[in-house]
Design a protein around this ligand. Structure first.
Ligand SMILES: [Zn+2]
Ligand SMILES: [Zn+2]
Length: 149
């Protein structure tokens, strides 16, 4: 699945997040190539270790702008820290996340989307958004727990 993802940030995505600076493009590219959900701090450390130091506040700002532009999905980990994942298309996705290892699987959310659309339509609210987070313990982590004394 990782292979079909673009290795460089599409230019129009950089434009979505305001001033197109090299640093923002670097943050976006790092998010695009990240596996699963990452925190701003984890992305910051990755850039630092990769020889592309970008300020932590720039990383935060870029990720927040991406989420606001609907180009990143956001969930919270068990500590309340926000985790980001690049959204390749205009449609958002929902994920099932393992609270132990961070594994994230896209899940079918058709019924949720239909329900949200219906509420938006019948309430006549504009820009209705929704957040759905599914978290649990993945099979691998579950097995590890059983084996532990
Ligand atoms: Zn797990
Ligand atoms: Zn949804």
């Amino acid at each position: 699945m990782a292979g079909d993802r673009p290795r460089v940030a599409p230019p129009q995505d950089v434009a979505l997040i305001g001033r197109s600076t090299q640093q923002r493009a670097t943050v976006l590219a790092a998010l695009v190539t990240a596996e699963g959900f990452v925190s701003a701090r984890a992305l910051y450390n990755r850039l630092l270790n990769g020889g592309s130091p970008v300020g932590l506040s720039t990383v935060y700002r870029t990720l927040t702008a991406l989420a606001a532009a609907d180009r990143a999905d956001v969930v919270r980990d068990t500590n309340g820290e926000r985790l980001f994942r690049y959204r390749p298309g205009p449609d958002h996705r929902h994920y099932l996340i393992c609270t132990e290892c961070g594994l994230s699987l896209p899940v079918d959310s058709g019924p949720v989307e239909k329900w949200a659309e219906r509420i938006a339509r019948t309430s006549e609210f504009a820009n209705v958004r929704h957040t759905v987070e599914l978290a649990g313990v993945c099979p691998d982590c579950g097995r590890r727990h059983v084996r532990a004394p």
